[in-house]
Ligand binder design. Structure first.
Ligand SMILES: Cc1ncc(COP(=O)(O)O)c(C=O)c1O
Length: 464
């Protein structure tokens, strides 16, 4: 066997990683090479001959790094993208080094126990029932998919329809009641599940995007049969939080399952200051969230929780003669995931939680929200702009006001200039028919200096 040069390869990667991370605070958020430039640097025919690992890493880093978006920067406010904390990143490296297949206990006892413990810590942090089951998935899309898959199977089981064997053909129709302002991943999950988006009964929402409980009650009363209610904590635009206690009370009176999409908003439950906004969230039946957003764990890392572990296992579990299943109370993660073989994602989540502690997570969430409010206050006093949402969490929707009255065009121009200028990066959206800049403060390192520098840059881009 050839002696592998672990040290050479890992030292090369360590050097590249460290110089990237140390340069992140001053790295511009614009000026990336074009696709054809990247193709020229990275493409060409598959080489015939091998290349030493160290050189592979150095060459790839040199060619790829100019095209790496500095989304881990404290001044990246696009979409809802977190960075990575030092412990989460370093432990994610270890997870790759250990290269565990986290599907079965027998393939990774430590990975299994870490996920078990991390699930318990998170249930405690979010105030969910202690007995919830957990699955470590790629992101909130797959967490929504998993939660809705469990829900679909369980609400049909309650009317004596065995979805696992009979499928949806001929099944009693299942209504999925979801707010007008839901995230597109709910619709996409229903497509994947074969339920189709026609199963959705849209429930009216208020001007912040919060589902209206009275509209939900009316919609539930208008029909009958198995039902799932998809609630949301943390609207991707406004950050608004559905009134989950009322939603759960109404839904459960009608025998419906409540799934909560809390991709980033569920983390607000970790803050004693914000927790009252999520009152009643523990009453739901399943929850989706992300660790790669607000907890600042490297991609990809999503989580699904379920208040009915047996239903969770019934929907996700897998059996085969060759699969060595645990015989005692060891946890085989594939019983809780749509994946079969998978990465040991729990290690990095465990590390982030251990590094921050309960207090640190609350501070991270509170600080992000304070920085979002700072953006809202400073932008409206620095330039002609209005904030379109109630800044309840880390999301701000800003509309720039034009002298000629064409605020949509002006807002889109400002966003484009900000993206080109490179001090900070924000994405745009259309909120209730009006163009807006979306500011999402999700990075653990964002501070007042980052916000103030960004506000100054935005001001320059408005031409004021
Ligand atoms: C409310 C909500 N749900 C689901 C998602 C999808 O999350 P992911 O991209 O991690 O799958 C997002 C992403 O921003 C979101 O904000």
């Amino acid at each position: 066997m050839n002696e592998p040069d672990w040290k050479g390869a890992l030292s090369e990667a360590f050097g590249e990683a460290l110089s990237y991370l140390e340069g992140l605070p001053s790295r511009p958020l614009s000026g990336y090479p074009s696709r054809s430039e990247l193709r020229a640097a990275l493409g060409g025919p598959l080489p015939d001959s091998p290349l030493e690992a160290r050189k592979v890493i150095a060459d790839l880093a040199a060619a790829a790094e100019p095209g790496v978006v500095a989304s881990g920067s404290g001044r990246f406010f696009g979409f809802v993208v977190g960075g990575t904390t030092p412990a989460a990143l370093a432990v994610d490296w270890l997870a790759s080094t250990w290269d565990q297949n986290a599907g079965l206990y027998v393939l990774g006892p430590a990975a299994s126990v870490v996920e078990e413990v991390t699930g318990e810590w998170l249930a405690d942090l979010f105030g969910l029932p202690a007995e919830v089951s957990v699955g470590f998935v790629t992101g909130a899309q797959m967490a929504n998919f998993t939660g809705l898959a469990i829900a679909l199977q369980e609400v049909l089981r309650r009317v004596d329809w065995d979805l696992a064997t009979k499928g949806l053909w001929g099944a009693p129709p299942v209504r999925v009641l979801a707010g007008q302002s839901r995230h597109g991943t709910i619709d996409r999950a229903l497509r994947f599940l074969g339920a189709g988006t026609a199963a959705i009964v849209e429930v009216a929402a208020d001007d912040q995007g919060r589902m209206l409980p009275a509209a939900l009650a009316a919609a539930l009363e208008q029909g009958s049969g198995p039902a799932i209610v998809a609630a949301q904590v943390g609207n991707v635009n406004s950050g608004a939080i559905d009134p989950v206690r009322d939603i759960c009370d109404i839904a459960h009176r009608h025998g419906a399952w409540v799934h909560v999409d809390g991709a980033f908003g569920l983390w607000a439950a970790a803050s004693p200051r914000l927790r009252p906004l999520l009152a009643g969230v523990e009453l739901a039946d399943s929850w989706a969230t992300d660790a790669h957003k607000w907890l600042n764990v490297p991609y990809d890392s999503g989580l699904v929780f379920c208040a009915h572990p047996a239903a969770h296992r019934a929907a996700m579990g897998s059996q085969a003669g060759y699969l060595m299943r645990s015989v005692a109370d060891e946890r085989d993660a594939l019983d809780y995931n749509p994946e079969h073989s998978r990465r040991a994602r729990g290690f990095a989540v465990y590390a982030a939680l251990r590094e921050l502690g309960r207090q640190g997570v609350a501070e991270l969430v509170d600080r992000s929200c304070a920085m979002a409010r700072r953006f809202a206050e400073q932008l409206t006093s620095a330039v002609a702009a209005e904030v379109l949402n109630e800044v309840v969490l880390n999301q701000v929707l800003v509309r720039f006001l034009a002298a000629d009255g064409d605020h949509d065009a002006h807002t889109r121009r400002v966003i484009e200039r900000v993206q080109q200028e490179g001090t900070c990066w924000m994405s745009g959206t259309t909120w209730q028919g009006r163009a807006a800049m979306r500011i999402s403060v999700s990075n653990w390192s964002t501070d007042e200096v980052d916000v103030d520098r960004s506000v100054a840059a935005i001001r320059r881009c408005t031409g004021e």
